[in-house]
Ligand binder design. Structure first.
Ligand code: GLN
Length: 487
């Protein structure tokens, strides 16, 4: 792991943590775009290299000082390296240098942008690590390093104190060595976030989902954990319907990844699940829509790093601020970030907005609708009448739910290929790099929960492609329970 901030304070925290050789509290690592009080929060950028947040992100505070059970408090071990502002898929776009992998994949990409968090877990330095997932940044590193990476439904974990990349897509995720360990981290306190993040979902709206309530009872310990989970799974695995999205079986899919996918599906079938093919026809447009929306939101978000409001100021000025702005941004931001700002500013310009940004928003709706059509559970956000959610505007006609098969989860690969070497990554064009996210961005556009789990083919080395399970919006706990029972 390359920790961006091994400050004196972090070292002191480590001392407090290890007493008599044994960790007193469970340590966790935090991706460096999530604000913590005692460290720098750099977002992997030169422009924020000396930034120290005056406050802590809600999610970090909830984990360090849980109000419901203070004894359960955890401690921040350190901050982890990332692609600058979360923009990248290989953790190679950081001002602090790339995140390096470990044998047998020392020369390979560890995935991105939460590659530092993934390696902190892989090396055993912490029990779990926080990452952020805008279009796959928790799931891809988890897949490439052979661990578990969970991205919750949009709005479930507070984003307050998280440096935004693309607000409508950003989520805080967790990386760990098992789905069970992730499940234990995500206490109801963390999963029912709070009002300082205006996009966070309150407990009230989520309680309205019957299933959620039942599963919550198990995970919060109101039903005895073992008995509850066991019972839940015994009854549930046999009832589960798993969707195999036909559009994900693309020509570019590495045969080894396809084999892992087949193996994962067999495992579900052995447990008694029914497998059904499903169609998500708008998948092919999701990647382009994602890169238009994410870049547009990023261009707007990053405007504040001008050396006046935020960011290390370049030492030059013409008095009017023009040179100050361009120098500060020119020197302080990396190439990929600049590329996204230019792309985003263009797609938002009056000349291009109709053809790009507005079209991408329409595609996003279609992608969401594809998922809503195939999931058996209705989308909490869109079935306003059924759930009496007066604050949620849109409804989808009920007839949409009649045609295609109704499934509980969708299972597909996390990445179309095995991890490439960093050499190969270096030679890739940015568009080739973007292609890597083809399987992770659809669920991000739809705000759905998804987990990447490592699969080892019998008698073979671990595959490092990762298999993704995607659930309906707000079905997070059931997704995690199913994943933990599978492993
Ligand atoms: N690779 C994607 C991007 O660069 C996803 C990044 C993320 O999820 N933060 O936008």
């Amino acid at each position: 792991m390359r920790v961006t901030d091994l400050s004196r304070l972090a070292a002191a925290e480590l001392d407090r943590l290890v007493k008599g050789g044994k960790p007193r509290k469970k340590p966790f690592a935090v991706k460096d775009n999530i604000a913590t009080k005692n460290h720098f929060t750099t977002s992997g950028s030169k422009i924020l290299q000396k930034y120290q947040s005056p406050f802590e992100a809600t999610v970090v505070d909830q984990l360090r000082n849980p109000k419901s059970n203070p004894k359960n408090g955890k401690v921040v071990l350190g901050k982890t390296n990332l692609d600058e502002f979360g923009m990248g898929s290989h953790s190679t776009n950081s001002f602090f240098g790339p995140v390096l992998g470990m044998s047998p994949l020392r020369r390979h990409s560890v995935g991105g942008s939460s590659g530092g968090s993934a390696m902190a877990v892989v090396t055993g330095e912490c029990g779990f690590a926080l990452g952020t997932d805008t279009g796959g940044s928790v799931r891809l590193p988890a897949a490439y390093t052979g661990i578990f990476g969970f991205k919750p439904s949009y709005g479930r974990i507070s984003r307050w104190g998280v440096i935004p990349y693309a607000n409508s897509l950003d989520t805080v995720g967790v990386l760990g060595t098992s789905a069970q360990s992730i499940l234990e981290t995500l206490t109801p306190e963390v999963m029912y976030s709070e009002s300082r993040d205006p996009t966070s979902l309150g407990a009230k709206s989520l309680y309205r989902m019957r299933n959620e309530r039942k599963v919550l009872a198990i995970s919060s310990g109101r039903v005895h954990r073992n008995e509850g989970v066991g019972q839940y799974l015994q009854t549930n695995f046999r009832r589960l319907k798993i969707g195999i999205p036909m559009e994900y079986n693309i020509a570019e899919l590495d045969p080894a990844v396809r084999e892992e996918w087949r193996h994962a599906l067999n495992l579900f079938q052995e447990r008694g699940c029914t497998l059904v093919p499903v169609s998500l026809p708008n998948t092919k447009h999701a990647l382009s829509a994602y890169y238009i929306i994410a870049a547009a939101e990023a261009a707007s978000n990053l405007a504040k790093y001008d050396g006046v409001r935020y960011g290390t100021r370049a030492d030059s000025s013409d008095g009017a601020g023009n040179v100050l702005y361009s120098r500060t941004r020119g020197e302080g931001l990396g190439d990929e970030v600049k590329r996204r700002i230019l792309l985003g500013s263009y797609t938002l310009s009056s000349k291009a907005i109709d053809n790009y940004f507005i079209k991408a928003q329409k595609v996003r709706r279609l992608v969401q609708r594809d998922f809503d059509r195939v999931f058996a559970l209705p989308n909490l956000l869109r079935y306003q009448e059924q759930f009496n959610l007066s604050d949620m505007a849109e409804t989808v006609p009920m007839e949409d739910k009649k045609g295609p098969p109704q499934v509980d989860f969708i299972v597909c690969p996390t990445s179309p290929t095995l991890p490439p070497t960093r050499n190969v990554v270096q030679k890739q064009s940015s568009v080739e790099t973007y292609m890597n996210d083809v399987f992770t961005v659809p669920s991000s556009l739809a705000g759905l929960p998804a987990i990447s789990i490592p699969f080892k083919l019998p008698g073979k080395q671990p595959g490092f492609a990762g298999i993704q399970i995607i659930g309906q919006f707000s079905d997070d706990y059931r997704l995690l329970l199913t994943a933990s029972a599978l492993a």
